[in-house]
Structures are given as C-alpha cells and as structure tokens.
Design a protein around this ligand. Sequence first.
Ligand SMILES: [Zn+2]
Length: 198
Amino acid sequence: MIAIIYSKLYASLLSTFYRERLPAIFFKFQFRNVEYSSGRNKTFLCYVIETQGKESVTSRGYLEDEHAAAHAEIAFFNTILPKCESSLRYNVTWYVSSSPCVTCADRITETLKKNKNLRLTIMVGRLFMWEEPEMQAALKKMKSAGCKLRIMKPQDFEYVWQNFVEQEEGEEAKAFVPWEDIQENFQYYEEKLAEILH
Ligand SMILES: [Zn+2]
C-alpha cells in the first residue's frame, strides 16, 4: 500500500518537474504569428489548468495534433477534461499556435455549455480561416458560450517560451528573442478578431 502511494507520489513529482516540453524549433516555426501561415498546419496546444479548491493547484502540459490523432483541441477534451471533477471549478488557459477550425470551435461551444464548472481562455498566435463566414459564426458562438478568445501579445509568446519550451540542459535558460514583426502581426490579428466578435 505504502509502495503504491510512494510510486504515485513519485510519478506526480516527476510529471511536475520533468514534464515534457515543446522543442524550441517547433515553437519558433509553429507559433510565429505570421500573416500567411503556409506549412504551419499543425496545432500545438499548451495548457494551464488552475483548480480552485481549498488549495488551488496549477498544472501544465502540451498536446499536438500528430500524437493525438485528432485535433489538439479535441484531444484536450478527450484526454485531459475527463480527469476534472464536476464538483470543482477549473480555469483553463490554452496557448495555441492558431485559432480552432469550425469543427473544434463547435466542440468548444458544446463543451462549455455542458460543463459550467469550466472557464476557458484561448490565447492564439494566429487566426485560422478568419475570412470564412462559417468560421466567423463559429467563433461568435464560442464567445457567447463564455469562451474568452485573445490574440497572443509578445509577452504571451515569452510566457510560452519560458514555461513550455525545452531549454538545453546545463545551460542557463535562453532569453526569448521576439521576431521582427511580432507586435505588428499581433495588432493585425487583434483588429481582425475585434471586427469578427464586435
Ligand atoms: Zn480543429
């Protein structure tokens, strides 16, 4: 019995300290908030879950399309959400390279309607297919279901860099180096999002 408790404790300590991180090369390519995102068709989803209770607990992790065999957003609902208890409240923040597709957006809307104990904020690097009326309608539905959708600012990219990206062993953590047009691209997408959700 004690051995089981210890091994569980050990496993949870391991997952706290040695959780898997995103390779820097993926972050630099996939999260870059360029206006035309050709080749950047994977979704990386970094999540922060704050559980509200006697003691609030924060956990972090990341999901990607390829490993999950489903879009990363759906993978979150299929693998992470079932571990949440219906009696507790959860504040979840996602940092994703691009905003969800229509199917995922609809799933987000449904999930938020069903799980009133879940609050979801989605920070996105880029907007995906935002010119499509169907996409715009899906984002509006997400908003009315309570989802907060935000474009990542330069400081948000830095947060992801510090908390989710692999740092080389034995070296001091490398500082985040913003790309040249990071602020300009953020403003571009923020304006578009405001127009869609107004
Ligand atoms: Zn999707």
